[in-house]
Design a protein around this ligand. Structure first.
Ligand SMILES: *Cc1c(COP(=O)(O)O)cnc(C)c1O
Length: 245
């Protein structure tokens, strides 16, 4: 990817200001959709962001953060005040122990093997891990179980001790076509209705408006809070399909 110049305006605006603006905009959109603004949680996606920026977001009121890489999270979490920590990257079974130790919720469980590895690791750590079933709702997305397999996967995950199935997560298609986005998010919402739970995690910086219309209870926002991400000099193992060129 070619280096893109940072929009100068974004550089002058603080993390707090961007978060507050976003929060107000999300509340307005929720109300316009006939929803309680309190029913949509903003999860701040902190991958590639320095600790100082994350602390600023937390000081501004962020209660939930998301990371894609266990290794990166480990290096940053010790320096952060207590917030709910969500793992949103691809779950590699050989990282299950680290993930279960570091996070409160794993949003990206898309196969039973990942759930079993996490359940074992959570048991060893003496904790209960919240999990979401990641559903594939877009042709360009590598991860996520098929929507028609989500209910079965949720049942199998619910049979495991030390896991609590909280709902569904999905990544929308990369498109400006609002109709295509709505269709994909409606599919996620229908899957959520079958799986059950409290959390439908859909919507990112570019598409959270459509997600809120479709019933999102958690939008995962990086760029709109922190500005453009700069990749670390030594890229970590890619664990999120969105970050793979
Ligand atoms: C990076 C990432 C996000 C946030 O993306 P933005 O477009 O910066 O808001 C949300 N969800 C997942 C799974 C991600 O990997």
């Amino acid at each position: 990817m070619p280096e893109r110049a940072r929009p100068p305006l974004l550089d002058r605006v603080s993390v707090r200001e961007r978060y507050e603006r976003l929060k107000a905009e999300v509340a307005a959109h929720a109300r316009a959709a006939g929803r309680d603004p309190g029913s949509v949680t903003i999860l701040a996606v902190t991958k590639f962001q320095p600790v100082a920026a994350i602390r600023e977001a937390i000081a501004a009121g962020v209660t939930d953060i998301g990371e894609n890489y266990a290794q990166e999270a480990q290096a940053k979490f010790a320096a952060l005040p207590p917030v709910r920590r969500h793992f949103i990257g691809h779950v590699q079974t050989n990282k299950a122990k680290a993930i279960a130790g570091l996070f409160d919720v794993v949003q990206s469980v898309d196969r039973i093997e990942a759930g079993e590895a996490l359940a074992r690791a959570a048991a060893a750590a003496g904790k209960t891990l919240g999990v979401l079933v990641q559903v594939n709702i877009s042709a360009g997305e590598r991860y996520g179980c098929a929507p028609d397999g989500a209910q079965r996967l949720a049942e199998r995950l619910r049979a495991l001790a030390n896991l609590r199935v909280d709902g569904v997560m999905a990544v929308g298609p990369i498109t400006d076509d609002r109709g295509v986005l709505r269709h994909a998010f409606e599919c996620a919402a229908m899957t959520f209705a079958r799986v059950g739970g409290s959390t439908l995690s859909i919507g990112m910086s570019a598409d959270w408006r459509e997600a809120v219309l479709c019933g999102s209870t958690m939008i995962r926002i990086g760029t709109a809070i922190f500005g453009e991400r700069t990749r670390p000099p030594h890229p970590l193992t890619p664990e999120s399909s969105r970050e793979v060129e």
